[in-house]
Design a protein around this ligand. Structure first.
Ligand code: NAI
Length: 727
């Protein structure tokens, strides 16, 4: 499994070194690669026919995408992790200190260890291809760059810009990379190697050995640009501890605002950057590898790495056990209903090159649907994610019509009209009359059983659910729902489309609420019980935010719509009984025309500035206990709500709604924002121990009733002392 790096040829004095992991689809930075690279550098330094080198990738569409995370995740001790990081640093130091200039020729993703490799080179040229992106995403895995990234990046592009990248893990596209000084040149792919070679020759001709970095000058220029104050910049650069503090404190404040103190990695990155700035590269590298090692064996990083591995494994699955079954290509998509969801799906699909036909009620609604697609595109233009030409190309792929004309050549239909069984069934059946035999018929319903929709169709084997989340462009999950008659061919086609749209796509079995809506239901319903007992609205929300959810359950009720939640609660209770019974508060709110955010009347006030949200105290007049609210114990509120969600996930596993715990964790994290650092309901249970969870549930059952009865799958795991994942 060795990653290989080899000398391809020498052209007019420049050696072309190609990284190409023989048996892998992408290159990663490994000890083997480092060893081979060191040998190569030695040989090139000794070769008089060679004045410099270019490092390129042998992969068609990626450079080097990081370290070997599977191998890293198997390390058990902090000491081992630190040794690996030190070794990688030394290898890249050797590259940085080569006596001949080395230029990285970057095309495609250049991430993590890949960017650290490029940073150790003496020049960087990248292609202008859309696939090219540079970044240090380690914090997303609860880690920090461990091969010099926290040291070389600030030295190259300035402290502020480097912190922006390192602390968020975000990557930059070619033009932005050029502006930051992260690459020296952006060229067409066809010209990439030539441009990199020319730069290597230039460096070799115009500078003496070791002079290539010119780090201090560049640092100064960058800081000047950023601060617009030369004096301030020099103060900072001169190692003034006060100036540095300003930048680092600002970085820490931004991290705290984004994710509080739950994720230690960004703070560790700040420590490493600070150490290097205060006491030099060598000391910085030492701190970097210490921090890296500590994080690698920490529970937060373990959970985030497991989650990453889970999503990687999911990507390889097709939705069927039959390895020979191939997805039918989806080039033409029909979307029935171009409202919030339909327009969202249409826009995302068109963005991936698919032609989309929207069917709406009439010409006016068609116009509104197209406008919805455009408003998302405009937002993307504003954010710099798209240019006007690209947006026009995407919009040109979307057409709308008031009837079902133009469906004949569609490969897949997604229905996203109002949540009414009769309407959905009728429309799907009408669409089926117009499409080909193998066209997949999907519904985006959030609660109606897919089997009931299939019953209205002549070819029920083509019918399945594709449950997207709102807002569609942003939410990373797709739940594909199979009903008893769904055939594997339809399933793999829907799964392949989900992946093409960039979604983590889990396949679940049909049933009221499928998986995500189902586990959300008891969580929300428990929130209504807590409110009915007299808890203050904001205290409930704060408790769950402290647990790690981005918004609390009452805010969520306002967002989803109190009227919608009220309707769903009846459906859920009808299917699952008392366990999902709400405290009877919502009807009074609905009768008072409180629908939530959408009509600006809910639990919160929506008249103030964004971010300045206050509870609408008049809502308490409609709740038991009135305006005198009781004090709550945040830990208990957390336990009650979270265990309801976790226990329902156990029911879903036991009943075969979920195929495996992994899908349950991915679904909860990417669909409902379950805190990623806890790994999802099943990892969370493993961390706590099934036995302890059962005990907690039984205690809650004694106090609050049968809705806390532990699910059979959980009880079974507790009895057998089993965990949901292999230890
Ligand atoms: P919406 O009300 O924004 O859009 C529904 C659209 O369907 C409207 O534009 C309406 O004009 C159109 N429509 C109604 N009857 C039609 C007909 N006979 N022919 C063509 N178009 C027709 O609703 P939204 O939020 O987009 O929801 C659509 C579906 O997606 C529902 O089933 C909902 O349960 C589901 N869903 C909604 C989510 C959300 O967060 N809003 C999340 C996941 C699923």
């Amino acid at each position: 499994m060795a990653t290989s790096i080899a000398l391809r040829n020498i052209d007019r004095g420049v050696a072309f070194v190609v990284v190409d992991a023989a048996d892998r689809s992408v290159n990663t930075l490994t000890a083997e690669l480092g060893g081979e690279l060191t040998e190569l550098i030695g040989a090139l330094e000794a070769d008089d026919a060679c004045c410099g080198a270019v490092i390129a990738s042998g992969k068609r569409d990626s450079f080097v995408v990081g370290a070997d995370i599977d191998r890293l995740s198997r390390l058990q001790s902090r000491q081992q992790a630190e040794e690996i990081s030190r070794r990688a640093q030394q290898l890249l130091d050797r590259l940085a200190e080569a006596t001949k200039p080395v230029v990285a020729a970057i095309h495609g993703p250049c991430l993590g260890g890949g960017l650290e490799l490029a940073l150790a080179c003496h020049g960087r040229v990248c292609s202008d291809a859309p696939a090219t992106a540079l970044g240090l995403p380690e914090v997303k895995l609860g880690l920090i760059p461990g091969a010099g990234g926290t040291q070389r990046l600030p030295r190259l592009i300035g402290v502020q810009a480097a912190l922006d990248l390192i602390l968020t893990g975000s990557s930059v596209r070619p033009v932005a990379a050029r502006k930051l000084g992260l690459v020296d040149e952006v060229v067409e792919l066809a010209n990439l190697e030539n441009a990199a070679a020319a730069r290597a020759r230039l460096l070799a001709a115009s500078h003496g050995p070791r002079d290539w970095h010119a780090l201090l000058d560049r640092e100064l220029a960058n800081l000047r640009r950023w601060t617009r104050s030369a004096k301030y910049a020099e103060l900072l650069l001169g190692g003034n501890p006060l100036g540095r503090r300003v930048l680092l404190n600002r970085g820490a404040a931004a991290v705290r605002q984004r994710s509080g103190d739950r994720y230690p990695a960004p703070y560790a990155a700040l420590r490493a950057v600070e150490a290097g700035l205060a006491r030099g590269l060598e000391h910085g590298l030492q701190v970097e590898s210490e921090q890296f090692a500590e994080l690698l064996v920490s529970p937060v990083s373990r959970r985030l790495v497991e989650l990453f591995q889970a999503t990687q494994a999911l990507k390889k699955e097709t939705g069927s056990h039959d390895p020979k079954l191939r997805a039918r290509p989806v080039e033409r998509l029909a979307v029935l209903g171009g409202g919030l969801m339909g327009a969202g799906i249409a826009g995302v699909a068109a963005g991936r090159g698919i032609s989309v036909r929207i069917k709406e009620r009439d010409a006016e609604q068609c116009g509104l649907a197209v406008q919805r697609v455009w408003s998302t595109l405009r937002r993307r233009i504003k954010r710099g994610q798209l240019d006007a030409r690209g947006a026009a190309q995407i919009a040109a792929r979307v057409s709308a019509s008031g009837d079902l004309a133009g469906l004949a050549r569609c490969d897949l239909v997604i229905e996203a009209v109002f949540e009414e069984l009769a309407l959905k069934s009728a429309l799907l059946a009408q669409a089926e009359e117009r499409v080909g035999e193998s066209c997949v018929l999907a519904s985006n319903t959030s609660s109606l059983p897919i089997a009931k929709l299939a019953a209205a169709c002549r070819r029920p084997h083509n019918v399945l659910g594709m449950h997207f989340f709102s807002p569609v462009p942003k939410m990373p999950l797709l739940e594909v729902i199979r009903q008893p008659q769904t055939c594997d061919q339809a399933l793999v086609t829907a799964v392949a489309l989900g992946k093409r749209l960039g979604k983590h796509t889990i396949v679940v079995r049909d049933g009221v609420g499928f998986y995500t809506s189902r586990i959300l239901a008891p969580y929300i319903s428990e929130a209504t019980h807590v409110l009915a007992e007299g808890a203050p609205i904001d205290a409930v929300d704060e408790a769950l935010c402290d647990f790690g959810f981005p918004v609390g359950p009452i805010t969520l009720l306002d967002e989803v719509g109190i009227d919608v939640a009220e309707k769903v609660s009846h459906v859920m209770m009808g299917a699952y009984g008392e366990r999902l019974r709400h405290a009877p508060l919502l009807p009074a709110l609905v009768a008072d025309n409180r629908q939530g955010h959408k009509n600006r009347r809910g639990f919160y006030l929506y008249d103030g500035k964004k971010g300045d949200r206050r509870v609408d105290v008049t809502v308490y007049d409609l709740l038991p206990g009135g305006r005198r609210r009781a004090r709550v114990n945040p830990a208990e509120v957390q336990r009650r709500l979270v265990l309801q969600m976790v226990n329902e996930a156990m029911h879903c596993l036991g009943e075969g709604i979920l195929q495996c715990p992994r899908d349950g964790d991915i679904g909860a994290i990417y669909g409902l924002a379950f805190p990623p650092f806890l790994g999802g309901p099943f990892r969370y249970t493993d961390g706590m121990g099934a036995g302890r969870l059962v005990d907690e549930l039984l205690r809650l059952r004694d106090r609050f009733g049968l809705r806390f009865e532990p699910a059979p799958a959980l009880v079974e795991a507790a009895r057998g002392g089993r965990s949901f994942y292999p230890a």
